[in-house]
Design a protein around this ligand. Structure first.
Ligand code: DUC
Ligand code: ZN
Ligand code: ZN
Length: 472
């Protein structure tokens, strides 16, 4: 069966062209000037007049069902990937987790079982290595054959996911050997733990202290350190969820000397700050995540947008990891675990459905990034960074037909009411954004059209990924 998207403006990371797109089965089969072909015959026709035709979004950082702080992220693979589709994301890469004392492959298989048959959109896996043993290093090689080509380690969360410098360096040496990418959550967790303990002793228990006790220097120092080790080991390094301008400066400096160092940020760091963490009552807990959202007075948000424009940051992901403010029907009290003690608030916030709208709004709607760069940071660079290009991340003959029909004239009001994530608040409640999603097509199937969902769980397939395609 063929589908023709006609009269739209096709946008990729490099082109803006008035063109018709032919989909045959799951793939893009042709791109041609309107009126120059006879593809309409026998095809289902979508009229995209006045609309953009964009590659589906790729969110390379999600945590469906992540166990954290005594509870679980409230979205599972079914609800989370369906919400992603509603928000114009057609591929996610989630994180399988090896916890301390467990085998890496066991953690991987557990996560694959959670995902299999449940996803609305295509999905890949990164692997969190929480215990760098000789066995774990061997299992990193085994995972390469499964299409897991990126491994995440933490300088944060001592006693939970933290690895010391020697373990990080050994994993980096393994990555240099097998061609994989090391992803780092870069914050100095040892120093942060001291600051947290001292804050609690002073009676500083409100959500705002979550950010105050993780100051920018703790992110910048850890980023500097892991860059040094990655350069020494000779592996590509991807620093996740960056929020401090001082930390991104470390990435920029490394890139200027020709290193394979990459950085991502997330919508929450571009829009949210201490005014949100200070919302009355316990509402600030909604915005507790790590790295933290930062003070609006220090210029972090403007700097992050600028670093996106200059390609010192390559990708906007979400770190989607939602926890409810009230009782979750399955997981119970979530954010409220930290009422009276900010260190017990589960870290994470919802975003998988919000990213494409919020970034289009700030980038194109408010003029901070070009339309091409919007596509690049939300789809093309994510695909290239994690070995999915050109199957994903662009509109080209032979690519998967993961396509958005995007109305630049419509507006959308962000709200928990209109969203589909399994969580009871929206971080951007009431914000009116320019640009609205008209249709979402994944592997040639129309998942969203006219405000209705036509997909089913199991539409999404597992993606075996290649290695990084952005290497210098
Ligand atoms: N940060 C979060 O905010 N949530 C999950 C894990 C992480 O590192
Ligand atoms: Zn993290
Ligand atoms: Zn994360």
């Amino acid at each position: 069966m063929t589908t023709l998207i006609k009269n739209g403006t096709v946008v990729t990371a490099t082109e803006i062209m008035d063109a018709d797109v032919l989909i045959d089965g799951e793939k893009v089969a042709g791109i041609a000037a309107p009126g120059s072909h006879s593809w309409e015959e026998g095809a289902e026709v979508i009229d995209a007049s006045g609309k953009y035709v964009l590659p589906g979004g790729i969110d390379v950082h999600t945590h469906m069902e992540l166990p954290f702080g005594g509870t679980f992220a409230s979205d599972d693979f079914e609800s989370g990937t369906r919400a992603a589709a509603w928000g114009g994301t057609t591929t996610i890469i989630d994180f399988a987790v090896q916890v301390f004392g467990e085998n890496v492959m066991d953690g991987y298989e557990t996560w694959m079982e959670k995902a299999e048959g449940n996803c609305a959109i295509d999905y890949g896996m990164h692997m969190i290595v929480g215990d760098v043993t000789d066995q774990a290093l061997k299992e990193m090689d085994m995972l390469m054959d499964e299409g897991v080509t990126s491994f995440k380690l933490f300088t944060a969360y001592p006693g939970v996911l933290y690895s010391d410098d020697g373990k990080i360096f050994r994993a980096m040496q393994k990555a240099a050997e097998n061609g994989s990418t090391i992803m780092m959550h870069a914050e100095n967790g040892i120093v942060i733990d001291v600051l947290r303990e001292q804050a609690l002793q002073r009676g500083e228990t409100d959500p705002i202290y979550h950010s105050i006790t993780r100051p920018p220097v703790t992110e910048a120092e850890a980023t500097h350190r892991v860059i040094a080790y990655a350069e020494l080991a000779g592996c590509p390094l991807y620093v996740v969820h960056m929020s401090a301008k001082e930390a991104v400066e470390e990435v920029a400096i490394a890139r200027n000397r020709g290193s394979n160092v990459f950085g991502e940020t997330c919508p929450q760091y571009l829009y949210l700050g201490w005014k949100n963490l200070s919302e009355p009552g316990f509402d600030g807990a909604k915005y507790v995540c790590s790295t933290p959202v930062r003070s609006e007075d220090q210029g972090h948000q403007e700097a992050l947008w600028r670093y996106l424009a200059t390609n010192d940051l390559q990708i906007v992901s979400t770190d989607h990891c939602p926890f409810c403010m009230g009782d979750h029907p399955v997981h119970g009290t979530q954010k409220r675990l930290g009422e009276g003690d900010f260190t017990k608030i589960p870290n994470g916030l919802p975003g998988v459905e919000d990213r494409m709208r919020m970034i289009y709004h700030g980038a194109v709607g408010e003029g901070r990034l070009s339309l091409n760069r919007f596509v690049e940071v939300t789809a093309t660079a994510p695909a290239k960074m994690f070995g999915l290009f050109p199957q994903k991340g662009t509109i080209a003959v032979g690519s998967d037909a993961d396509i958005l029909v995007w109305d630049p004239e419509e507006t959308h009001v962000m709200s928990v009411e209109s969203s589909h994530m399994d969580v009871d608040y929206n971080c951007y409640e009431g914000t009116e954004v320019k640009g609205e999603i008209d249709k979402v097509i994944a592997r040639g199937k129309v998942l969203i059209s006219d405000g209705e969902y036509h997909g089913e769980k199991g539409d999404g397939q597992y993606l075996k990924r290649g290695t990084c395609q952005l290497l210098i």
